[in-house]
Design a protein around this ligand. Sequence first.
Ligand SMILES: [Zn+2]
Ligand SMILES: [Zn+2]
Length: 372
Amino acid sequence: MDDADLALLLKYPLISKALAENAVTYKGTVHVNEEDYEICVTNSNDTNFKLTLPERLTSFEAEVDAVITKEQPKNIITVLDIICTFISTKIPFTEPIDRCEVYRHILHEYSDFTRFYLNIKSCFLAHDLSKVRISTLDQGRREHSFEISANFDDKNVFSVTSYDLPLDKEEFRKSASLKDIYDELLGTIDTFQPFFEVMDEFDRNCWVLDPEEPKRSCGYRRIWIRENFSVIITLNPVDVSRLPEIKLLGPERLVEEYRSNLNSNISEWEPKNGVFSETLKLLGLESFPQKPAVEERVPDLLVNSGDCSICFSSRLNDKLPEVICKNKVCENCYHVECLYEWLMSVNARRFFSDVVGLCPNCEKNITCPIPK
Ligand SMILES: [Zn+2]
Ligand SMILES: [Zn+2]
């Protein structure tokens, strides 16, 4: 062993040297920031060093090569130094997280939290500290529940993982503070107060066919108007004062009657007078009919014209059939999904957001919206 080999062994004890015909290969492990990296360097002449880096570093290989070409190291130790410096800058050292500290933090946050707020209805911390379930009352005494999960490996340990609010996408930040998370949730709940109020008014004063048990996040209601006829009213949760989307469901003669009501009343939409009563006015109604008492069982026929003529059932994903054939002698009804699939299987034409084809029952033209 010569001096150079000894120096290599002293500095990089886990790298071994192997001689081949035209090259020397150095192979083994370097230890950087508490982690091991398997590397291989082949030296074919004085300054030609060829590297093979572990998988997690392969994307940097060209960069390291460039540094070595530029600096022209004279020996293997300098090459290994360059590689190690490179690793320590590209993969910075992260302090291992102390679980005990994290658990203590969660417990502290939780006990602080439960003492701090008055509007909390219930609060529960899972035994393994992985979840906090909170239920709270808003200004209108409506209950909202959500789940906050703890990620023990993240500095911002808390994140909202389940809620029932009309948000399109995940909008909550992670945080180390349970209070911050909760305050943000409360702020969001506050912004939806007008929406919740209007939805509650519909639920109290209408016979809601769909959904059977509306969630807070749900922005639509299918409401019974009269035999064989219902409407789907969809509100914008962010701005309930906007004109609601109203879909009329029933045989064509009834749809036409109510459509003409809508067309003549639409210019008088004045949300300041109350979204609920203005929606009634739009439809030309005094009030919405109430659901009959439970004792008088309602025949399904009264609710709408019946089951879907494709799947023969009434509800699909909690929804009643929405498409009704306009042909007066047919008036069969279909779930959007069922009819769409049927029409697509028999070469229906696409027309903007609808498909047009033939009714499976009467074979007259029928239009079906493309399911979302
Ligand atoms: Zn169906
Ligand atoms: Zn038909």
